[in-house]
Design a protein around this ligand. Structure first.
Ligand code: NAP
Length: 513
């Protein structure tokens, strides 16, 4: 698109990523009159994970009415759970209508952002040149970097091999022997689609997921007309879905026993579609429902029961040029290998590309302290840096778009505060950040994610949950509604007003009032 235009020398706000979050940030900045911003996107379009995940069967497992911006309801959703092409088209349409795309640059890699303490700006190096920015907002997403499995010999595989998020549409699977590694949210959508055309499909399962029925249906013409002409009705419908979803929270964060009806529905989903006792045993999870992401599908179990599909539960020992060998010594031939093994979630890759006030990268800091932020948005040692979809803002039950809009509001209020109070920098106090995270981790202790008897991508290598939000989404919205300047070190007019180093405590008090 407009990537060939030269970059400005300086912008007020530099946004990394043009997915749901980056686009919302741009639209809201523009509405707030903050016009001097730039959004850098390495892909060639808006959409982020919805642009990248084009695998067969890709669809959202949060209802479309809720999985959309509150400021851009879509009356034309075709179904209750939208397929990926429709979501991508929606994001594109919102972007086109917003009038902000002139400040987007596509096909640009953000190589590094370094805090310049002397000039109090971010020095940003990109593949299209350098610029400075007063504020950096990273909207790079948690599901953007595919995670490839470390399996012996995988590099030697002679056939086609690709990750679910980088689907090779030129690869013809019909009549081929295909292997899918993984049984997460992506795999359970891919398998039923490709099982129809491949000659044989081996599905390599390490852990059986809980899979509930998918209550998906096409909207009737009457419903679509009503959504179009009665936006209030659509908003009411969306609100009802929102509160319905919030009712799931206690089962995750208070007591998994509350989820017993869901567990029963998932067990019935197995018995309804699978008659073979051995296969039933293999697909029945051995941990509490909710510990890993709960999946929804009506086609996963029927696909596994198909004659041309085998569910392999023996561990993979190695990959050879022509197939996969499991630990029991069996080798299965493979023409095409699909790795549906998820994303780098707990080790946010963007952290390697950001160097803060003390000269070390965010990745280095997090290697010592563990991944943490204040309100999922800001990090001590990294002034004027804001995260969207930052640490501990993920959800297992509802729409990330709701969380994104909460975080965007927080950033906007921070920028407004900076402008109104003539602040050059804001940086969360270490103590506030630690207290925030201590409270989060205390709440985590009783969640199903910790007590449910599974390992998941929610947890880091020390078993800390650094991805999910352990409370209701309305609590998060309340806590991020306004920028709480008292939790921050504030620097105004080049005069250092940080705690312990301030010469002007009265002024600090005034600023924090
Ligand atoms: P995922 O949930 O992380 O699943 C990865 C799968 O690969 C798991 O079954 C995992 O097994 C397996 N795996 C990983 N490494 C392996 C290895 N070395 N050997 C064998 N198996 C291995 O990834 P995903 O399915 O791409 O989904 C990621 C997230 O994206 C979801 O949780 C969801 O948030 C989002 N998503 C949403 C939708 C939707 O809305 N419908 C669709 C797709 C994705 P273990 O369980 O044993 O680790």
């Amino acid at each position: 698109m407009n990537s060939e235009r030269p970059l400005p020398v300086h912008v007020s706000t530099f946004v990394i990523g043009a997915g749901f979050a980056g686009l919302a940030m741009a639209i809201r900045l523009d509405e707030a009159g903050e016009r001097n911003f730039l959004v850098a996107e390495r892909g060639d379009d808006v959409g982020g994970t919805w642009r990248d995940n084009t695998y067969p069967g890709a669809a959202c497992d949060v209802p479309s009415q809720l999985y959309s911006y509150s400021f851009a309801l879509n009356p034309t959703w075709s179904r209750s759970f939208s397929p990926q092409p429709e979501i991508q088209a929606y994001i594109r349409r919102v972007a086109d209508d917003s009038g902000v795309l002139d400040r987007f640059r596509f096909g640009i890699d953000v190589e590094h952002a370094t805090w310049d303490e002397e000039r109090q700006v971010w020095q940003v190096r990109t593949s299209a040149g350098d610029l400075t920015a007063d504020v950096v907002v990273t909207a790079a997403g948690a599901l953007s970097e595919p995670k490839l499995p470390e399996i012996d010999g995988i590099g030697s595989f002679a056939g086609e091999v690709f990750h679910s998020a980088r689907w090779d549409h030129d690869a013809d699977l019909s009549g081929k022997r295909v292997a899918v590694i993984g049984t997460g949210a992506s795999a359970i959508q891919i398998v039923p689609e490709i099982a129809r055309t491949v000659e044989h499909l081996d599905v390599y399962q390490r852990t059986a997921p809980w899979v509930m029925p998918r209550h998906d249906r096409a909207y009737t013409g009457v419903e679509k007309l009503a959504f179009k002409h009665l936006p209030g009705l659509q908003r009411l419908y969306r609100t009802a879905i929102y509160w319905g979803r919030e009712c799931f929270v206690p089962a995750f964060v208070i007591n998994p026993k509350i989820a017993l009806p869901a567990k029963k529905a998932a067990q019935a989903n197995i018995t309804r579609h699978i008659s073979d006792p051995e296969l039933r045993r293999k697909v029945t999870p051995n941990f509490e429902i909710g510990c890993k992401r709960i999946l929804i599908s009506n086609t996963w179990y029927p696909a596994l029961a198909q004659d041309n599909v085998d569910l392999v539960t023996d561990r993979i020992a190695r990959v050879t040029p022509t197939g996969i060998v499991t630990e029991d010594g069996t080798e299965r031939d493979v023409d095409v290998l699909v790795v549906a093994t998820g994303f780098h979630t707990t080790d946010l890759p963007v952290a390697h590309h950001i160097t803060g006030r003390e000269g070390h990268t965010l990745a280095d800091q997090w290697a010592e302290t563990g991944v943490s932020a204040y309100k999922g948005a800001t990090v001590s040692g990294f002034p004027n840096l804001f995260f969207l979809v930052g640490p501990n803002t993920g959800l297992g039950h509802s729409s990330m778009v709701f969380m994104i809009e909460s975080q965007v509001a927080y950033v906007l209020d921070a920028l407004r505060t900076m402008r109104e109070r003539d602040l050059v920098t804001v940086e969360p106090k270490r103590g506030e950040q630690d207290a925030w995270n201590a409270d989060l981790q205390r709440r985590m202790e009783r969640t199903v994610w910790h007590r449910g008897g599974c390992s998941s991508w929610y947890l880091d290598e020390h078993g800390r949950n650094v991805t999910l939000w352990p409370r209701t989404t309305f609590a998060f919205r309340r806590l991020t509604r306004v920028f709480d300047a008292t939790a921050y070190h504030l620097v105004a007019d080049n005069e250092t007003l940080r705690d312990g180093r301030t010469d002007t405590p009265d002024e600090l008090q005034e600023l924090n009032a």
